[in-house]
Structure formats: structure tokens, C-alpha cells
Design a protein around this ligand. Structure first.
Ligand SMILES: [Zn+2]
Length: 320
């Protein structure tokens, strides 16, 4: 089987994760998978990338988005305005983008994790200063598990794989064993299963790592030969990387369990012990990572939760 006609376009981001990838599928229809971040630098990199391929921006006919993070859909508005392309957006992620309550819900979860209020304000200020995704005036088509994109010689199937975010989708080409993996499989860093409200149970926290591990198991079962990640180089041995990522999280789970003692601690306190040097927005990532692993620790019976009247959860080791 010949390889798919895929070109990788890399754009800078201001985030610690580094540059982000878009993939141009030079087929009928001309398709872009993910749409970079809304900064002048990324816009320029995208235009140069298309020029290298010999395509103009107007040639893009459809855009497929993996998840609603600003570095993956930021240029959607700009691209749609210029090219008239149809934008396909994961169904469960649309609400996240449009719903302003989402931020309050995340703030509430962070307070329950024991994060000091002043740090929460500081984080929110930083977020406001960051690049804003351009998706105010555009129309998107919701996509979900099973939706297919036909290119004549091959097709992509949408698979809902939650983890990094709750509505994350990936695009699978069965014949070649190729996956457009978004941030569900990354070669250099393990994707953060982020702290988010549950999409199904209001007021509840999503069990992000549990969902993520289940998605990885499912991904492992696809028998992949090649994966195109949201960040970093194409993954030529995806099955090995999937296995290594699962193992990484199981090891991390035992490490996090090792921080529990008979003195109850909030997630924020524990995350400052596990990651003593992180600051600013990275505190959110650290808290997300620790709480996600604590879910598994508690499920295994290796940790207990005590919730105070204010809703703040504290974790401790079980009595031996
Ligand atoms: Zn990303």
C-alpha cells in the first residue's frame, strides 16, 4: 500500500510544548488536519508551508480538527474566511469552546484541588494575555465516532478517543494503518490528561487518565504502522510508543501513590511535592497530572479521599 499524500506543516507556539503540526492531505478534497494557533508567526509559517507544497490557502477545501485547544484550531476562522473551507469540529468539543461557564467550572475544580485563589487569578490573567483562537464568526460541522471522510483512493474514519481532552477525536486510515493522532500520542512528551469538568455529569470532574488509558488500549488494538502527532516528528513505531506511554503512566501512578502518608493533603499540596519547580500555568498541568493519577491510586485501593465541607478533597494513604 502506498503512503498517503500527507505534508507536515510546523508552526511555532508560545507554549512550553513547542511547535505544533498541521497536516495537509493533498488529495480530493484538499484537506488540512488541525489549524495551528492564532498568532502572526503561525499564520506566516502556515502560508510558507503551503507555498512549499505548491498550494495556495484558497485551495483548502476542508479542515478537520482533533480537539479544542488554541494551538490546534486557532487559525480556523482565518482559514475559513479566506478559503471557504468546511470545518469539521469534534462534537463534544464545540460546547467547550462556546461555553463561557467552562472556565468557572475549571476554576471550581481547581479550588477543590486546594489551589490558592490568588494563584487561580494569576493563571487566568496569563490565559487572557495568550493568543485567542479565531472562531467567533464561523460555522463548523460537528463530527463524532464513525464519521468518514472519503478521498477516492482512501478514507479516514473519525474515532472518539477521550483523554487529553474529553471530546478529542483522531482520524484513522485502516488500509495503511495510519492515524492522525492529535495530542493523544506524542513522541517526546506524554500528553497531559487535563483537569476538566465531566461532559456527562454536571459538577463532576472528568476521570481524564482513566479515559486516556482506555483510549490508548483501543489505539493499540488498531495495529498502527504510522502516526502523525500534534507535536513532534511522525511516529514510525506507534505500537511501541503506545505501550511505552501506558507503562509511563502506570509507573507514574505508583510514584504518586508514594507521596501519600497518613497526613491528608490536597492535590495542590501533593503536586507541589511531586513537581517542586513548576510555576504559573504549569501549575495547572501539574495539578491535572497528579489528580489524574490519584484517581487510579484511589481506584486501586492505595489511597483514600476526605472531602471537607467546602468541597476541598484531601488524599491520604490507607491505614495498613
Ligand atoms: Zn497540542
Amino acid at each position: 500500500m502506498t503512503a498517503l499524500p500527507v505534508h507536515r506543516i510546523t508552526m511555532p507556539t508560545p507554549y512550553p510544548v513547542g511547535p505544533v503540526n498541521s497536516y495537509l492531505i493533498q488529495a480530493d478534497p484538499v484537506t488540512l488536519v488541525d489549524a495551528g494557533i492564532n498568532t502572526p508567526q503561525a499564520q506566516k509559517a502556515l502560508l510558507l508551508g503551503l507555498e512549499d507544497i505548491g498550494l495556495s490557502l484558497e485551495a483548502i477545501e476542508q479542515i478537520l480538527i482533533t480537539h479544542a485547544h488554541p494551538d490546534h484550531y486557532g487559525l480556523v476562522g482565518f482559514l475559513q474566511e479566506r478559503s471557504g473551507a468546511t470545518v469539521y469540529f469534534p462534537k463534544r468539543e464545540i460546547a467547550r469552546v462556546r461555553d463561557k461557564q467552562m472556565l468557572f467550572a475549571i476554576g471550581k475544580l481547581l479550588l477543590e484541588a486546594g489551589m490558592p485563589l490568588e494563584l487561580l487569578f494569576k493563571m487566568d490573567q496569563q490565559r487572557r494575555q495568550g493568543p485567542k483562537p479565531g472562531m467567533d464568526h464561523d460555522e463548523v460541522v460537528p463530527i463524532d465516532e464513525g464519521d468518514e471522510f472519503d478521498f477516492g483512493g482512501f478514507k479516514l474514519i473519525t474515532l472518539h478517543m477521550p483523554g487529553h481532552t474529553g471530546g478529542h477525536v483522531v482520524f484513522h486510515e485502516v488500509e495503511t494503518g495510519t492515524l492522525f493522532a492529535g495530542d493523544q500520542l506524542l513522541p517526546e512528551v506524554s500528553p497531559n490528561p487535563l483537569l476538566e469538568p465531566s461532559l456527562d455529569e454536571p459538577g463532576e470532574r472528568r476521570r481524564s487518565l482513566k479515559e486516556y488509558l482506555a483510549s490508548l488500549e483501543r489505539m493499540e488494538g488498531l495495529g498502527l504502522e504510522l502516526a502523525y502527532p500534534g507535536h513532534g516528528d511522525p511516529v514510525r513505531a506507534p505500537r511501541e510508543l503506545i505501550r511505552a506511554t501506558i507503562e509511563h503512566h502506570l509507573k507514574r501512578k505508583s510514584e504518586v501513590a508514594g507521596y501519600l502518608s497518613d497526613e491528608p493533603k490536597t492535590v495542590y499540596e501533593l503536586s507541589s511535592e511531586v513537581y517542586p519547580n513548576v510555576r504559573d500555568y504549569d501549575v495547572f498541568l501539574a495539578v491535572s497530572e497528579v489528580v489524574a493519577h490519584l484517581d487510579l491510586v484511589v481506584e486501586d485501593g492505595d489511597g483514600l479521599i476526605e472531602t471537607d465541607p467546602a468541597g476541598v478533597a484531601r488524599y491520604r494513604a490507607p491505614v495498613p
